[in-house]
Unconditional design. Structure first.
Length: 229
């Protein structure tokens, strides 16, 4: 069962998002209306904070709590899962060839008789942490042979390429809370830019401010929901 964010964290995040998006809205109004719009800008800033607290808090509260799993526990699980490929002294062994590294684990393929089997098994255990495959210096072609296989199994977006290693990063789970946060962080500045840009074409036309904001919001939504993110 996934651990939920909870009400307090959700309320705090909602207030921060309200402060940010409300500030952007206030800036757009102040730039468009000048000193006459300062009171309206301040009112809408406060209103945005209140509305975000009321609307976003229940949405974010049911989201999945994020965090990095314990690296030691991940390395232990990985070693146990790869122990079937142990080749004895002088050969490949999970105890010596699998190590914790940063927020994940590294698997050295030196001295391995079945490197592809080790890679395939490790991939099945790497859904939560970063996994680094290190290739032997005496077989530089192994990396090139392995890369197409990894691309087919996990996709190119999850692979970080280095000269002597390939790193598999965990799959990013896009849930409702992530979408809401991205929209609230990205759309306001685009809406401000759209409002200012449209209004500068024909000053004195308040409708252009609204149209520019709508255009910025649509652009932001397109970016957030883009499958190539």
């Amino acid at each position: 069962m996934q651990e939920k964010v909870g009400f307090r964290r959700a309320l705090s995040a909602s207030i921060v998002l309200g402060l940010y998006s409300g500030f952007m809205l206030a800036v757009a109004i102040a730039m468009s209306l000048g000193s006459d719009g300062l009171k309206l800008a301040a009112f809408l800033w406060g209103l945005t904070i209140v509305l975000c607290s009321l609307i976003l808090t229940p949405i974010l509260a049911v989201g999945r709590k994020r965090g990095v799993p314990e690296t030691d526990a991940f390395v232990k699980t990985l070693r146990e899962g790869l122990s079937e490929f142990n080749e004895g002294k002088g050969g490949w062994r999970a105890l010596s060839h699998v190590r914790g590294e940063g927020m994940g684990a590294s698997v050295s393929l030196s001295n391995a008789s079945n490197p592809l089997l080790i890679i395939e098994k490790a991939l099945n255990l790497s859904n939560q942490c970063k996994l680094i495959f290190r290739f032997p210096k005496n077989d530089p072609a192994m990396r090139e042979r392995t890369l197409p296989i990894l691309e087919e199994k996990v996709g190119t977006s999850r692979i970080q390429r280095r000269t002597k290693s390939l790193t598999i990063v965990p799959e990013v789970i896009i849930d409702r809370s992530v979408i809401v946060t991205r929209v609230m962080m990205l759309c306001p500045p685009l809406m401000v830019g759209g409002s200012v840009g449209f209004y500068s074409v024909a000053p004195g036309q308040p409708m252009l401010v609204v149209l520019g904001a709508i255009a910025g919001a649509i652009l932001g939504m397109m970016i957030v929901t883009n499958k190539g993110r």
